[in-house]
Design a binder for this molecule. Sequence first.
Ligand code: ASP
Length: 270
Amino acid sequence: MPIALAVHGGAWNIPDEAVQPSQDGVRRAREGGWRRLAEGGSALDVVEHAVRLLEDDPAFDAGRGSRLNDQGMVEMDASIMAGAGLEAGAVGAIRDVRHPVSVARQVMERSPHVMLVGDGARDFALAAGAETCRTLDLLVGRERERYLRVRSGERELVEREFDPEGLPEEGPLGTVGAVALDRAGHLAAATSTGGTQNKAAGRVGDTPIIGAGTYADDRFGAASATGWGEGILRVLLTKSAVDRLAAGAEPELAARSALEGLDRVRGKGG
Ligand code: ASP
């Protein structure tokens, strides 16, 4: 059985000085994930591991390096899905945890639910023994500076976040995700984000919504999305890509055609 792994560090314009750190981070996650996959690791373990590496990397908008919301807090979204039995777990607007993707996996494996949000998600993480931290531990200087710029009236930073014509330095730094196929023929996908610039407290984007940010079905394929969550949510981007695979489309065509669906809501993503 062939094995496969894809990881991403988000879409959009990357400022020149962030290109190298972004590429290095994606490469490290791919290598770390690939090693496990080649050793016979399960697709589920591999996507969790790859996304954890990206959450640790401050180059990306996930885990450490997350964007700040309009109250100056880090609230993160993440999800994970196993394609064998369509099991899934997700957390929305969770605070104070190091690895939201691992909490999502715990929700999947240790709770009767698919998604937990806010304080409930954090309480669950604490009880499940997840690694906790303070907002300060997740905060990097770049995001603090962006927050202060927005608060002092630079609205363009928010308005142009998903504008492909925007200046590179105004672009977001990237939600992260991974999809894998293991030797047993199982697929898995995972996605994690700090969300969008200056989002309202409590805002939940596409990332933790199964079928929007993440989807995996052993019979057809798996996908992880990034981009403007409010658009991706309304077209259920990853499920729509996997539906195209189910109808026989090649992966690239399936992705392209699913992305065309975003035009209807004037959404942007990848
Ligand atoms: N999709 C993410 C969100 O809307 C952001 C991103 O992918 O950059 O929360």
